[in-house]
Design a protein around this ligand. Structure first.
Ligand SMILES: Nc1ncnc2c1ncn2[C@@H]1O[C@H](COP(=O)(O)OP(=O)(O)O)[C@@H](O)[C@H]1O
Ligand SMILES: [Mg+2]
Length: 435
């Protein structure tokens, strides 16, 4: 008896909620039924043909607004019913996200499903007494459960979270080198694309950036995209790049872009120590007069690019070189920010033994990593639980990375643009014309 009562209550609740959840669908069905009832089938056919024709014209003339207002909404309703509602209970129960209390089961409730061009956003009302962290820890189960490549959790408010499931990978194709901005914004260099299709902008002025990834993960494309975005300022003399390339493979191409260049250990350490001296000279000049650095030709923004930084700090055979390199890097990263000196370094292995200064870099980029445990080493505690699966990045997608954008703790998946050898040669040749 109770069971049947419960069923009826749920059915009534469903019917009452239906018009609020799917107003357009319920409205058009009732409208059609009314037309058929009062005017007859012929008029229903005429009305449907008119509406269909209208939609067709809309789709033909204004495809983007049609897509936004009709296509994506219809898709959202469809995916709500067919994917999320249908699999909701089994997936959540098996993933351990259903709560039981006094032999009753409580499930978080779907509030709304909306579709963007690339993802489904499922807004969920949590069961009272549970925390969003429960979902953050189960992103892998949820992604597999709903047939998506990944899942990301965003907290909107109390008991109000959004699960974002990508439908397709916007970063699957190589991104060609970004157009060079005429006006260089050192706080927002165009680097590539974010997962949602928006541009990935990197701040370099006022911070230091550490790029971590295994061999072949695309560290070079991060460095080159940043250098490329600054070329007009390098030409104008308001930015100077000093480059260290221990492997002699990555940066030697574009030497005319660099005000200084070093490849062996001794020369690299000298370059770093010169940078420290320049920085300290600047700090002494600024003391008591100026608190922030503004790039000018006399006082340019100085970027120290170090590829494979562990070659200097951990693997170099000479202990003295290792120690001096580490000291210089520590000084630059701890004191350079406010006087216009930034370090942009690339590294393969994020463990402490290899680079124990990694926390002196406020901003980090996690390209493909070897092990799951390295994700939090690079992006900070909790990054992997929030979906930054840098260890699962497809080896066939070099340049894909997770980053934390300013003012947000949620890691974002991005792909760096690929700056080809021809692009670099063109950039370097332009620079020769200037020099
Ligand atoms: N952003 C990118 N998009 C597409 N392909 C890339 C990208 N970055 C690198 N690659 C490819 O991957 C290879 C290795 O990249 P590289 O930057 O040398 O890796 P790493 O310096 O991390 O060892 C490159 O030769 C290139 O073919
Ligand atoms: Mg490299």
């Amino acid at each position: 008896m109770f069971v049947i009562g419960g069923w009826i209550a749920r059915l009534v609740g469903f019917l009452v909620r239906l018009p609020f959840r799917f107003p357009v669908l319920v409205g058009s069905l009732t409208g059609s039924a009314a037309v058929a009832y009062w005017l007859g089938w012929v008029w229903l056919g005429v009305a449907l043909a008119l509406v269909g024709g209208g939609l067709g014209v809309w789709w033909w003339r204004w495809p983007s607004s049609f897509r936004r207002l009709v296509g994506l909404r219809a898709l959202g309703a469809w995916r709500w019913v067919w994917v999320y509602h249908r699999h909701w209970q089994p997936v959540l129960v098996v993933a351990g996200l259903a709560e039981s209390y006094l032999e009753r089961q409580y499930l978080p409730r779907i509030r709304r499903v909306t579709c963007s061009d690339w993802s489904d956003r499922v807004r969920v009302k949590l069961v009272a007494g549970t925390s969003p962290a429960d979902f953050e820890e189960r992103v892998v189960e949820l992604a597999h459960g709903f047939g998506a490549p990944s899942c990301r959790v965003t907290v909107r408010g109390p008991r109000d979270i959004v699960l974002e499931f990508p439908r397709r990978d916007m970063l699957a194709d190589t991104i060609g080198a970004m157009p060079v901005p005429a006006d260089v914004d050192l706080k927002a260099l165009p680097m590539g694309t974010c997962e949602d299709g928006s541009p990935w902008l990197l701040r370099l002025h006022g911070t230091h950036v550490l790029t971590v990834g295994v061999t072949g993960s695309g560290k070079g494309s991060v460095i080159w995209s940043a250098v490329r975005a600054m070329t007009p300022a390098i030409e104008a003399g308001t930015v100077r790049v000093w480059a260290i390339d221990p492997k002699r493979m990555e940066l030697s191409y574009g030497r005319t872009l660099f005000a200084r260049y070093a490849d062996d250990g001794e020369a690299a350490v000298e370059l770093l120590e010169r940078a420290v001296a320049a920085m300290q000279d600047r700090a002494a000049r600024y003391a008591g007069k100026q608190r922030a650095h503004v790039p000018t030709v006399d006082d340019p923004f100085l970027v120290i690019v170090v590829d494979e930084v562990a070659f200097l700090t951990a693997y170099h055979p000479d202990r003295d070189v290792r120690r001096r390199a580490e000291n210089a890097l520590a000084t630059l990263t701890s004191q350079g920010r406010s006087v216009g000196v930034a370090v942009l370094a690339a590294l393969q292995d994020p463990r402490k033994e290899v680079l124990n200064l990694r926390n002196l870099f406020p901003d980090k980029i996690a390209l493909r990593l070897d092990e799951a445990s390295q994700v939090d080493m690079v992006l900070g505690e909790g990054a992997r639980d929030r979906g930054a699966n840098a260890h699962l990045i497809d080896p066939d997608l070099p340049g894909v990375a997770f980053v934390r954008l300013e003012g947000s703790s949620i890691p974002v998946r991005v792909r760096a643009a690929y700056v080809s050898d021809e692009d670099i040669t063109a950039m370097a040749t332009d620079m020769e014309g200037v020099a």
